[in-house]
Design a protein around this ligand. Structure first.
Ligand code: SIN
Length: 303
């Protein structure tokens, strides 16, 4: 087998394949379908200080090659996560990355502090890019001053590697990647969903109760790939690429564009084994090409 190990800050992953936040629950939901030990990392649903019920339904709408969602960051809250969800995940040989968010900087900080004090968590992914809430999320990730403030505040209190999940809903994503890097982020993950909407022409009602939602799936993959490429040549910290990845071929494209690791998202919903298949597919590709270390592939696009 080829050497699939990659490093994200001080964290080593046994392979570069993660599952994206919000598409894999808290891990346990998927364990009947995929061996969690095969994954480089599990990234949990976004965790806030208090539990959140999310937006009213309908919250999901399927589009051509894509999925619109407006979940509204439903989650169990940090206390219940630590008590009831984390112990299960700790039983696997995979990295545990906890996605976090808040409606204010002090809420982000409170969640990060609690998690930093808790054994069994390998890294924090900061969600500054959810398009489905009025406070927090994308509000922080589309304003450069807010991005700077939240990353800087978290860096001061967080002893774990800090990954910052960027929004594609900006004019120039490299500006936000540079801010995250400048404030001490250990990596950036991109892209979160692209703001979209759909209307039922019979009822003339929006398909989502929230009217707008985030578009994910293969429909956004070329946009995500372009942004990963732009960011990877701008910052020195690792880039975790995501956006419509559903096969090893897709993952290799992102790695060639400069991603150190990748995450599968929407594909987990219709093929829960996607991440496992990608790990095997990456190994097969490297063997076929006579490359013994995946690090030799990162940023290897011939332009
Ligand atoms: C949601 O819960 O609304 C989606 C999360 C996200 O896009 O960050």
């Amino acid at each position: 087998m080829a050497d699939l190990r990659v490093n994200i800050g001080s964290m080593e992953l046994k392979n570069p394949v993660m599952v994206a936040s919000g598409t894999f629950g808290y891990g346990e939901e998927y364990s009947p379908y995929i061996d969690l030990n095969s994954l480089g990392a599990v990234v949990t649903k976004g965790i806030s200080f208090h539990p959140i019920d999310g937006n009213p339904p309908p919250r999901i709408w399927e589009t051509p090659s894509g999925l619109l969602n407006s979940i509204g960051l439903q989650n169990v809250g940090v206390k219940k996560f630590i008590k009831e969800k984390l112990p299960y995940l700790k039983g696997f040989d995979t990295r545990v990355i906890v996605n976090i968010f808040g409606t204010t900087i002090s809420e982000y900080v409170k969640v990060a502090v609690r998690l930093s004090e808790t054994p069994g968590i390998d890294a924090i992914e900061v969600n500054i890019s959810c398009p489905n809430v009025k406070k927090g999320g994308m509000v922080f990730g589309t304003d450069s001053k807010s991005t700077k403030k939240v990353v800087s505040a978290l860096k001061k209190v967080c002893s774990l590697p800090l990954l910052v999940k960027l929004s594609p809903n900006v004019t120039d994503i490299t500006e936000f990647a540079m801010i995250a890097e400048g404030e001490g982020a250990d990596a950036v993950s991109l892209i979160n969903t692209i703001l979209g909407m759909a209307i039922d022409i019979e009822t003339r009602k929006p398909r989502l109760a929230n009217i707008t939602g985030g578009l994910s799936g293969p429909a956004i993959r070329p946009v995500a790939l372009r942004m990963v490429w732009q960011v990877a040549k701008t910052v020195k910290i690792p880039v975790i690429g995501m956006g419509g990845i559903s096969s090893a071929e897709d993952a290799i494209e992102f790695i060639l564009a400069g991603a150190t690791a990748i995450a599968t998202g929407t594909a987990n919903f219709y093929n829960p084994k996607t991440a496992y298949e990608i790990v095997n597919g990456l190994d097969g590709y490297l063997n076929e090409k006579g490359i013994n270390d995946i690090k030799g592939l990162i940023g290897g696009m011939n332009a």
